[in-house]
Design a protein around this ligand. Structure first.
Ligand code: NDP
Length: 273
């Protein structure tokens, strides 16, 4: 019988994860099925327990359960513990649940491997201080940027995040209204694009070779990507991050690293068709 995996969330209908993992399985010859699992908002734990009791091998966790998944896991990877959020659950031999957070690794691998952009020695600005920003901090610091600044609509949240992560590496923080320019890479980890909004940002945010990355993705350029293009700045959306985090999860579950590029290209074609 095929091994059973799923993405659990609420809502979950929109998730592209089944498409991605099914493509990874076909590419690597792994025998698995991957489905969507809608969990009631008040019974995430029960849904997870039932899934694994029925023989499930691993779960991806999406909105709004990433923090609950972190609390539920028996053990956490360092990056999941730091993020305080889990997007991947692995069922261990002894019945233990390992929680990992592969979002930040997916972001960094998209930026480095798919886009060919460098983070090392660059001045990096991270917009937002929610779960996605938290998950990105450790993998970004591991790339050794020359500066990492967190800016958020609610400045206090950015400062709190920088404080919390200060033992991992140096970073600065503040509000969007205090932003100065000169960044080589600006990563939008806010959810503004989901509401079709652009955070209030100064035009001189980028260096002449600066680049923009929006974690949100869609059929059309997001407001942030569109704005960057209008300024003549190279920009990318977060579809590659989505495929990248899935590749990391697949590798954790199956011990095989799938190739991201063909799946990303297929997904982009489907999304824009
Ligand atoms: P959260 O709800 O935890 O945080 C949202 C953040 O966005 C907060 O910092 C909030 O600021 C800020 N924000 C919301 N609206 C605006 C606005 N109009 N202007 C400026 N700032 C705004 O969300 P997550 O961190 O979990 O997710 C952020 C985004 O990342 C989502 O859109 C999600 O889709 C995307 N994402 C993409 C992934 C991928 O694989 N591509 C993976 C994970 C996330 P404040 O604190 O002031 O409220």
């Amino acid at each position: 019988m095929s091994d059973h995996y799923a993405v659990i969330g609420n809502p979950v209908d929109h998730s592209l994860s089944p498409q991605i993992h099914t493509a990874f399985a076909a590419q690597t010859g792994e025998d698995l099925v991957y489905e969507k699992l809608l969990a009631p908002l008040d019974s995430f734990t029960e849904s997870v327990q039932t899934f694994f009791a029925e023989g499930g091998r691993g779960l991806n966790v999406t909105v709004p359960f990433k923090i609950e998944a972190c609390e539920l896991a028996d053990a956490l990877t360092e990056r999941a513990a730091a993020a305080g959020a889990v997007n991947t659950l692995v069922y261990g031999e002894s019945g233990n649940l390992l929680g990992d957070n592969t979002d930040g690794a997916g972001l960094v691998s998209d930026i480095r491997n798919n886009l060919g952009w460098t983070i090392q020695d660059k001045r990096v600005l991270l917009l937002g201080a929610g779960g996605a920003a938290r998950g990105a901090l450790l993998p970004l610091l591991a790339e050794h940027p020359s500066q990492l600044h967190i800016a958020n609509r609610t400045a206090a949240k950015a400062c709190q995040l920088a404080d919390e992560f200060s033992h991992y590496g140096a970073m600065t923080a503040g509000g969007l209204d205090q932003l100065c320019g000169g960044f080589d890479l600006v990563i939008n980890a806010s959810s503004a694009s989901l509401g079709n909004q652009l955070p209030p940002l100064p035009e001189h945010l980028f260096t002449s070779t600066g680049r923009a990355y929006d974690m949100v993705y869609g059929a059309k350029p997001t407001p942030f990507v569109h704005w960057a293009h209008e300024l003549g700045v190279e920009a990318a959306d977060g579809l590659g991050m989505l495929v990248g985090q899935a590749a990391e999860a697949f590798c954790l579950w199956r011990g095989v690293k799938p190739r991201v590029e063909p799946v990303l290209a297929q997904l982009r074609r489907t999304l824009t068709a």
